[in-house]
Design a binder for this molecule. Structure first.
Ligand SMILES: C[S@@+](CC[C@H](N)C(=O)[O-])C[C@H]1O[C@@H](n2cnc3c(N)ncnc32)[C@H](O)[C@@H]1O
Length: 399
């Protein structure tokens, strides 16, 4: 049996400032923080530890995420990639992505990233409007972003742009103009991708506290839904249909192969502070995680030879995860990959959700409709419950 595609995620845990909406594992540097060299050497140790644990594999994708991985010097990125090549083979068309913040996109830096082996850039623009950028407390303005976008296109032909929408007081007209501008820019690169996220208010963030105290009023659910529909419509007409709830590629080749690996429930290693992974060892799937504090993660790598610990997932947990990830995709979840769904209880729930217009009719896939993708939580909760509940007891014959 061919193993599922395999990818490697590397987390750079530092940012220049914490964004008020972000709950990712992000830290600010201080005098006690490990040096960049040290972090890279821990990542390199992680790569050799990973090889010892899982054996030889071919990586279909490598992803430098964060935090702000564009704070990592390209020389160190090159060393980490060399270590990956030494211990694993890279697929001929391996996608090697890096998230870059607009303020880092100087020609020299972009050239060095390319030379280090990065093939795809994901630009954390978040908005092309100054007022919105100020609200999101970003460190760049729209002029810098436009410059970053055109510089990035000089060096890379595989580009993605992240934008956030449905922020307080955002009108349909202003979001439309912003999105059209981004779509216009993305006509240029050979592979072009947009990640369009509705602003979500995450627990523990400054925005969460602001909403709680009434200082931040989010758009109503109806307004959010209208903006979402407008987004789908505009992107589709521009040739960027959604292949996942928030992800739009111009054609199949522009889709993020690394992110597809998560949603199609492939296998991936998560290395670096606070990274998560899913590995299959001796036929069993494991969830892996590393300590969130960079120094603690590094100490763990040094003392144990690897920073990650792993927990086995039960067949039910595996089925639930496969379902939750796959339902985010426009293609849905292939039925043959989820035999656990082949029960009367699950089919009953599916029938109910189909009647409500949330799932499509399909023999081969479990797939959400456009409306269903707006109500993803409802669908996944209902279907997960159906997966886990015992078969309903046969009805008693009437006496
Ligand atoms: C953790 S960030 C890292 C990217 C990069 N360092 C930056 O600052 O743009 C990854 C992406 O998640 C999205 N994101 C993070 N928190 C979000 C939230 N609360 N709501 C919507 N999108 C969010 C942003 O679009 C961001 O580009």
């Amino acid at each position: 049996m061919t193993p599922p595609p395999f990818g490697i995620y590397l987390h750079w845990p530092y940012c220049r400032a914490k964004c008020p909406y972000c709950d990712f594992n992000v830290h600010l540097k201080n005098a006690a923080s490990p040096s960049e060299e040290k972090i890279a050497s821990w990542l390199i140790q992680e790569i050799s530890g990973l090889r010892a644990a899982i054996g030889a594999r071919e990586a279909a994708s490598v992803y430098f995420g964060g935090g702000t991985p564009s704070l990592m010097p390209p020389r160190l990125i090159g060393l980490v990639l060399e270590a990956i090549e030494r211990h694993f083979s890279l697929a001929a068309d391996c996608e090697i992505s890096l998230e870059i913040n607009p303020e880092d996109a100087s020609p020299a830096f972009l050239r060095d990233l390319r030379a280090a082996g990065i093939t795809r850039l994901s630009l954390g623009a978040q908005s092309l409007r100054d007022e919105k950028l100020r609200f999101l407390k970003r460190r760049h303005d729209s002029r810098q972003i436009r410059k970053a976008m055109s510089q990035a296109a000089r060096f890379f032909d595989d580009l993605s742009v992240d934008l956030i929408y449905a922020v307080p007081h955002e009108t349909g007209a202003s979001w439309r103009a912003e999105l059209e501008e981004a779509l216009g820019f993305l006509k240029e690169p050979r592979r072009a991708h947009l990640s369009l996220y509705q602003l979500t208010i995450e627990k523990g963030t400054p925005f969460f506290r602001a909403r709680k105290s009434g200082r931040l009023a989010m758009p109503s659910p109806a307004r959010q839904a209208a903006l979402y529909r407008m987004t789908q419509d505009l992107c589709e007409r521009a040739g960027f249909p959604a292949y996942e709830i928030s992800s739009h590629g111009r054609g199949v080749s522009s889709r993020s192969r690394h992110n597809l690996l998560y949603w199609r429930y492939g296998e991936y290693a998560g290395l670096g502070a606070g990274a998560h992974g899913r590995l299959i060892l001796e036929g069993r799937r494991f969830a892996t995680e590393t300590p969130r504090q960079p120094r603690l993660w590094g100490q763990t790598v040094e003392t144990r030879g690897r920073g990650w610990s792993m927990t086995p997932l039960s067949p039910l947990q595996t089925a639930e995860e496969r379902l939750m990830m796959g339902l985010r995709l426009a293609e849905g979840v292939p039925r043959q990959s989820l035999p656990e769904a082949d029960t009367p209880r699950f089919q009953e729930e599916e029938g109910f959700l189909r009647k409500k217009g949330l799932l499509t009719e399909s023999r081969t896939h479990i797939r959400a409709t456009g409306r269903g993708r707006l109500l993803m939580e409802t669908i996944t909760t209902a279907l997960s419950l159906a997966l886990s509940s015992p078969p309903s007891s046969p009805s008693l014959p009437n006496d």
